[in-house]
Design a protein around this ligand. Structure first.
Ligand code: SGN
Ligand code: CA
Length: 526
């Protein structure tokens, strides 16, 4: 009998049936609640349980300490909308139909895990960033921000269809709404699945006024690859996500060096954002930034000095924004503790993808190179194992994990794999040997070319296509920063052939027919 069956029997007042013969009557097992917290553009280099160089994230680390840290967690398509669609459906982009942020509308009539959880007796809710163009389906309750939303005094779209401006800072507000639903609005008789989707850490990293002065006395180490020359990697050379380029990382919009007399590509966007602030918020903002702006114009750094000044400002803003995020995750964990829900709730923390913090000289994501494809993932399952889980996992795995936890059937067309056996410490000898990736949003902002590829525990093969036909192969063991493309290196011919076979195998398994056609000569190889 599944846990859900026990629960349903319990609801019908028949719980004792499953305990027939017992003298000591225990309550029926309740299905586990699910609290899924997903941030935007939060990368593992900025989470202290993964990397101690920059951030201190005690609340996020607590989930890992009391549960598990996945050391090899990746996304299938490193961009917000596509990642969310993969997560909701348990399928790669070519199956859920949401390939990119710019041209797609999520088909809300398709199968998603929240809908299947509803059928299994769960109450489902989402608050925060949605970013799938159509309105949410499969949720008993939802309140979302339009598109990317705003850090200050943001609008929220309600289930009634109204768009309502809320006074305050986005990360606090999303958490307030999540807590309000948990505490007073949900049906306490049903297990819940709540998705808390933050706007933070998305560009342009506008911190709460109470955190503005943090980290100003710190100078952070430049990543080893900050001055990458992109040799042997033409797609990496063609991107527009360079910290040093003022076209890509805007001094006004991204780094807040705003004067009405100056101009920049994204100045108007920034004016819209500070224009939303109330007088107190704006006064605190200007009090902090005005002296920095004056200093910036006085020193007017150029060349490498300017690039490194931009890096320091970027990291500080990112960390200040992260402080609110970590504090607010703490509020949710405290609530679970104080209500006793912690003992019966799976807590998941992840991001919609990784992000570059100066590696290769970049911000943003999109590429299959490690810092973007790799994604923080920590989970706390009551009664589950603790420590690190090293298997290769991907965001298409969340849907089947939650379904199995709920005791629901996992439909055959779901492409991900349940992580529950790993969370329960069961043997997993036949775990997948490699992961598949496919990025489509090109031509578009940041100009990262279309590509797909495969990553196993040591090697990575990437094919950039569309207006380029270029293959790359990396040995992550000897070249973890992916600086040396070994595709044409005769010493790697064996690994190259093996990885091409693995790529074709996965493209067939996942039925990515477009990609199979892009393989050129290899497609006929069967
Ligand atoms: C915005 C940002 C981009 C970012 C995309 C996608 N530009 O367009 O830098 O790559 O979102 O991000 S901005 O000028 O509007 O800030 S995603 O995480 O939502 O996919
Ligand atoms: Ca994102």
């Amino acid at each position: 009998m599944k846990t859900t069956d026990l629960y349903l029997l319990g609801l019908g007042g028949l719980a004792t049936l499953s305990l027939a013969g017992c003298t000591d009557r225990k309550p029926a097992a309740r299905p586990m609640n699910i609290l899924y917290i997903m941030t935007d553009d939060h990368t593992a280099q900025m989470m202290s349980c993964y990397d101690r160089r920059y951030a201190s994230t005690p609340n996020l680390d607590r989930i890992a300490r009391e549960g598990v840290r996945f050391t090899n967690s990746f996304v299938a398509n490193s961009l917000s909308g596509p990642s969310r669609a993969c997560m909701l459906t348990g399928k790669h982009s070519h199956k859920n139909g949401f390939y990119d942020n710019t041209t797609c509308v999520f088909d809300g009539s398709q199968q998603t895990f929240p809908k299947l959880l509803q059928q299994a007796g769960y109450e489902t809710a989402i608050v925060g960033k949605w970013h799938l163009e159509s309105l949410p389906t499969g949720f008993d309750h939802w309140e979302i921000i339009p598109d990317q939303g705003d850090y200050y005094n943001p609008d929220f779209i309600r289930q009634t269809g109204d768009t309502v401006r809320n006074e305050g800072y986005i990360t606090n507000l999303i958490t307030d709404k999540a807590l309000a639903w948990l505490d007073a609005e949900r049906d306490p008789e049903k297990p819940f699945c709540l998705l808390v989707h933050h706007k933070a850490q998305h560009r342009n990293w506008m911190a709460d006024t109470c955190n503005l002065t943090l980290y100003e006395d710190r100078t952070f180490p430049l990543p080893e690859t900050f001055y990458d020359d992109y040799a042997g990697r033409p797609a990496a050379a063609a991107q527009e996500m360079s910290i040093s380029s003022d076209h890509d990382m805007d001094v006004i919009y991204d780094l807040k060096m705003y004067r009405t007399s100056d101009s920049s590509r994204l100045k108007e966007l920034y004016e819209g954002m500070i224009g939303r602030m109330n007088p107190d918020q704006r006064a605190a903002w200007d009090r902090f930034y005005d002296p920095l702006i004056a200093e910036f114009h006085r020193t007017n750094p150029q060349g490498r000095e300017r690039a490194e000044w931009k890096f320091q400002r970027y990291v500080r803003d990112y960390l200040k924004t992260l402080k609110s995020l970590d504090d607010n995750v703490g509020r949710l964990l405290d609530y679970l503790d104080s209500t006793g829900l912690a003992g019966n709730t799976l807590v998941v923390y992840t991001s919609d993808q990784g992000f570059y913090i100066g590696e290769h000289g970049w911000f943003d994501k999109r590429f299959m190179y490690e810092e973007s494809m790799h994604t923080p993932l920590v989970m706390r399952l009551p009664g589950g194992v603790q420590g690190d889980i090293d298997q290769l996992v991907q965001n298409i795995d969340y849907a089947p994990t939650f379904l199995e936890l709920a005791g629901a059937e996992i439909p055959d067309d779901i492409q991900g794999r349940s992580l529950l056996p790993l969370l329960r410490g069961e043997k997993s000898a036949d775990w997948r040997p490699a992961l598949y990736y496919h990025f489509y949003e090109y031509p578009a902002e940041h100009m990262v070319k279309r590509h797909y590829g495969v990553r196993d525990n040591r090697w990575k093969l990437i094919h950039f296509y569309n207006d380029i036909d270029h293959w790359e192969l990396y040995d992550l063991k000897t070249d973890p920063h992916e600086l040396h493309n070994r595709y044409d290196d005769p010493a790697c011919a064996g690994e190259r052939a093996r990885m091409i076979d693995e790529l074709l195998r996965l493209q067939r398994q996942y039925d990515d027919t477009l990609a199979l056609r892009m393989n050129g000569d290899f497609q006929s190889k069967d």
